[in-house]
Every structure is written in C-alpha cells, then in structure tokens.
Design a protein around this ligand. Structure first.
Ligand code: NAP
Ligand code: MG
Length: 403
C-alpha cells in the first residue's frame, strides 16, 4: 500500500512523561507505516521549555495560527516539586494556558464511548461534549475580608475620574467577606463564536445556560451576547444544518442533562464548566477516554487528551516495570487532527484513515483487549488486560484488516 500523502503539515507539540512515551509508540506503530507524516515539530517537554525560556510554547501557538491544526501531547505544569525535579529557571506557566490565551480559544471535551463501559447515568448513550469559557469570573477575582462596622461598595472610575458607585453591603452587625469579578464582552463573544462554529463542525445541538434570573446584568450579558451572535451570524447556518441553539436557566440545564441521552454540546460559564466537566468525565467512566479540542473563534483547532502526563505510570516505566497506560485519548487527538487536516486540504484518504483507526481502536476494546484502567471498569465477559505497547499492536492488527 502507498503511504497517504499530506498536503499541509500538522503542528506537532510533543510533551512529557508517560504520554511522551505513548506519543512515540503511536507514531511508530500506527501512523508512520501508513502516512507520509508531515509535521512541524515543537518539543514542549519541560526540559526544552526550560531551555528556551518557554519560547517554544509561544512558537508552537504561532505555528498553529499559521497552519490551522495542531496535535498536542500532555505536558507538565510546573509546581514547587517540579522546580527541583527538573532544575527549572522559573515556574513556567501551563502551556495549555499560554496556547489558549494566544489562540483566544475554547476547550471542548467529549468522552469516547465503548461497549462494556456503561456511564453511571445509563441513559447517556451518546457523548456529552462540555465547552468551558476559560476566562474571568471567579478565576480572576479580587476578594476582601470586611470587618464589622465597614461598608463595601462597587466603584467604577471613568477616564475623567468620575465615579459610579453601588452598595454591595453595609456590614453593620458582623464581619464578612466580599468578592469582585469581571468578564469582557470580547471574550464572551469569542466563546460564543467558538461554540457556534464547533456545533456546526460536529453537527450537534448547542446548549447554553446561566443564572440570568438572579444575575440580571452579569449573567444576563452572557445570555444576550450569545443570542445576538446567534441571530445575526449563525441562525441560518444552524437551520440549514438541522441543529438547534437552546438557552435555558442553569438549574433547568442540569436537570435536562441528567434526563437526556447525550449527543449535544453543553456550553458553560467558567465555574460551571470547571465543576461540570469533572462530573461528566467521572460519570462517563474514565478520564483516559476523554478527548479535548481547543477551538478558536476563527476556526483553528488544537487536539489533545484531557488527562495529564500519567506521572505514576512513568516512574514505573523508568524502573523497567511494565505499564498498562491507556493511549486512547492521545490516539484520538491524532485522529481528530488528521481528519481535520484532511477536511481542510481536501484529502479524503486522510479522513478515511482517521475513521478507520478510530474504529480499529474501539473494535479492539469491544473485542475484550484493553488497558488496566478499562479492565477494572468493563463488564465484558472475555476481557484481557494488556500492556501499553501490546494494546497499540492489537489496534494495528485490526487496522490492517480495515485498510
Ligand atoms: P494525570 O496524568 O491525568 O493522572 C492521574 C491519574 O489518573 C493517573 O495516576 C492514573 O491513575 C489515571 N490516568 C490518567 N490518565 C490515564 C491513562 N491515560 N491511562 C491510565 N490511567 C490514567 O494527572 P496527574 O497525575 O495529576 O498529573 C500529572 C502531570 O500532568 C502534572 O504535572 C500535570 O501538570 C500534568 N497535566 C497536564 C495536562 C495537559 O497537558 N493537558 C492535564 C492535566 C495534568 P492510576 O495512577 O490510579 O493508574
Ligand atoms: Mg475542575
């Protein structure tokens, strides 16, 4: 078989620890034998980020803007322990945060469903994709402790020094606490456009919810911006695609999500998305089966797994012990990126390859061959636990049959 030709390179962002090991295995076993793989390679492994003063992360984001599609391996976000472990010059920021900020993107997370692993909500037969607005609100707040006898006000000063004030609370009888937070119309608009674009891309309904009945200015602004952009820019495209934009109160949304069968995108404000994405991931069974894609308002895509670098398994691997780390979400990051590249470049062979590789992966698990994390969850009768590499080889056996 001739190798599939790629017209445009993918931006490849390598990463850390166990996922870096898996990254190479996926390329060697499942991609390089079949594709004339063209990538522009950026090493986001912590050592090279440190060496380049994190410039490599910025360069990889700029390249993503240029080419439009990237695939990223999980990376370490340094903390105090990593400072010593890697002898770092600085506690470098989270690469995901840096890339997201440069692309002004929104992260969409969806679970991969397989037979034998039933979600805790058994009626969820289709994935629920969560979009989190990753800017502002309580994550960029100012807080103060207020003593009894003090009065707290919101105060906005204009360019000429004129002040507008609003009472928050008069703490006459007790000590207390206050919190100030903000968001930007520009950020909310980018979030809305990323959500509408991704809904069209995936042909899925889009749900959005806030607490606008209680928060008549703050949350209501989110609702209004979404409604305006939908009416003016997306309504016709949604109708032509046969999908729906649906707004409701957050309480109602939660109740409907639980009763639903899945199969839609749920756009969440920052805090809701933080909490709900953990709930959805857990309820669907395994973090290792959760995919993630960053979408910019202009339609730039960066694919990755939602999980981290699986540090505990890496240290076992370094000691020469066998690991059984799940590579599925990382593998689906590659297939997502290859399919998108194929769509943009009009290379149907690449899209077809991505579809078949995903099918081979799911067929492998559904035939009973799986890594340890899934082995613990699966209700299949004839299941077999395999190591990291043998799983990928088993996928390859099925892929060969499909190609
Ligand atoms: P993690 O890498 O997601 O792993 C946490 C635990 O979840 C693992 O120890 C393992 O449980 C299980 N797990 C996660 N992915 C798995 C997989 N593919 N196969 C099998 N089991 C899996 O989170 P972490 O250990 O908290 O973080 C490690 C590093 O990842 C940190 O330095 C963090 O900064 C980074 N991180 C990066 C990203 C990203 O780049 N997107 C996201 C999150 C975290 P058992 O040990 O019980 O088997
Ligand atoms: Mg969270």
């Amino acid at each position: 078989m001739d190798k599939i030709i790629m017209k445009t390179p993918l931006v490849e962002m390598d990463g850390d620890e166990m996922t870096r090991i898996i990254w190479k295995m996926i390329k060697d076993i499942l991609l390089l034998p079949y594709i004339d793989l063209k990538t522009e390679y950026y090493d986001l492994g912590l050592e090279y980020r440190n060496e380049t003063n994190d410039q490599v992360t910025i360069d990889s984001a700029i390249a993503t803007k240029k080419y439009g599609v990237a695939v990223k391996c999980a990376t370490i976000t340094p903390n105090a322990a990593r400072m010593t472990e890697y002898n770092l010059k600085e506690m470098w920021k989270s690469p995901n945060g840096t890339i997201r900020a440069l692309l002004d993107g929104t992260v969409f997370r969806s679970p991969i469903l397989v037979k034998g692993i039933t979600p805790y909500i058994p009626t969820w037969t289709k994935p629920i994709c969560i979009a989190r607005h990753a800017y502002g609100d309580v994550y960029k707040n100012s807080e103060m402790v207020v003593s009894k006898g003090n009065k707290a006000e919101l105060c906005v000063t204009d360019e000429n020094g004129n002040e507008s004030r609003e009472l928050i609370f008069d703490f006459k009888n007790s000590d207390g606490i206050i919190q100030g937070m903000h968001n930007l119309d520009s950020s909310i608009s980018s979030f809305a456009r990323a959500c509408f674009n991704y809904a069209l891309d995936q042909k899925l309904d889009l749900w959005f919810a806030t607490k606008d009945t209680i928060s008549k200015k703050y949350d209501h602004t989110f609702k209004d911006i979404f409604a305006d952009i939908y009416e003016n820019e997306y309504k016709e495209k949604f109708e032509a695609t046969g999908i729906e934009y649906f707004y409701t109160l957050i309480d109602d949304a939660v109740a409907r999500v639980i009763r639903s069968n899945g199969g839609y995108i749920w756009a969440c404000k920052n805090y809701d998305g933080d909490v709900m994405s953990d709930m959805i991931a857990t309820a669907f069974g395994s973090l290792a089966m959760m995919t993630s894609v960053l979408v910019s308002p202009e339609g730039i895509y960066e694919y990755e797994a939602a999980h981290g670098t699986v540090q505990r398994h890496y240290y076992k691997h370094l000691k020469g012990e066998e690991t059984s780390t799940n590579s599925v979400a990382t593998l689906f990051a590659w297939t997502g990126a290859l399919r998108k590249r194929g769509e943009l470049d009009d290379t149907p062979a690449l899209c077809d390859f991505a579809d078949k590789l995903e099918k081979a992966t799911i067929d492998t698990i559904e035939s009973g061959i799986m890594t340890g994390d899934l082995y613990l969850l699966s209700t299949l009768e004839n299941k077999k636990k395999v190591n990291t590499e043998d799983f990928l080889k088993a996928v390859n056996e099925r892929l060969v049959e499909l190609l």
